[in-house]
Design a binder for this molecule. Structure first.
Ligand code: G3P
Length: 220
């Protein structure tokens, strides 16, 4: 399973990249807006900086909501760097734009997927990635991971090459469940990456090893 980081924060991306297990980055307009003061003037430079840090797919989202505007914006985004994957919302216009852009060779990540029906449409539209938002489904008392399982089953039934990118991840259990389901990619916020390392028994065990080592040094 590929690990992407779900942030536009340069320091956090550098930290995760330094681990050596990061495969890509996902951003969205909210995440970009948190990191720059003026999206109009700084978005492109910010994306270029991310592309310099991580050599893998970097998702950047359009903000147009109608088909033609999305196509224009997507083409501009894809010119910024060969690793840019354009994120489009899963709407009627987004789907039409996906078909056109995917045919033209642009990698598309269809975002805001909340149903298996939407996931089926985006696979037919030629999206490289489908992004089900599992945390937001859990928030409204649906089991987000059941959607991931359904999408994986549908894509397997028809050999759709669209990769399932599990998004809106809130805790380490989401990451483990995504892996158990066989998702292609999980995009993880920095705080959840930190939590993946954590186990109290690891800390206690290490403390004990070092204390025993120290005791033996003193004896010698
Ligand atoms: O990349 C978008 C997605 O992961 C958003 O997550 O936590 O805002 O639902 P969240």
């Amino acid at each position: 399973m590929k690990f992407f980081i779900d942030t536009a924060n340069i320091e956090k991306i550098k930290e995760a990249a330094a681990l050596g297990i990061l495969d890509g980055v996902t951003t969205n307009p909210s995440l970009i807006a948190k990191e720059v003061t003026d999206v109009e003037t700084e978005f492109e430079a910010h994306l270029k900086e991310i592309c310099r840090i991580v050599d893998g797919p970097i998702s950047a989202e359009v903000t147009a909501i109608e088909h033609q505007g999305m196509v224009v914006e997507a083409k501009q985004l894809s010119q910024i760097h060969p690793n840019i994957v354009v994120k489009l919302p899963t709407t009627r216009d987004g789907l039409k734009a996906c078909v056109e852009l995917a045919r033209g060779g642009i990698q598309i990540n269809m975002t805001l997927v909340f149903s298996a029906a939407q996931a089926l449409l985006v696979a037919k539209a030629g999206a490289a990635y489908a992004s089900p938002f599992i945390g937001r489904l859990d928030d409204i008392s649906h089991v987000g991971m059941e959607l991931v399982q359904d999408i994986l089953q549908i894509y397997e039934n028809y050999d759709y090459p669209t990769q399932v990118l599990v998004a809106s991840v809130r805790h380490p259990v989401h990451v483990v469940e995504a892996a158990l389901a066989g998702a292609d990619v999980v995009t993880i916020p920095p705080a959840v990456i930190d939590k993946l390392f954590k186990h109290p028994l690891t800390d206690i065990g290490l403390e004990r090893f070092l204390a025993d080592w120290e005791k033996s040094r003193k004896r010698g």
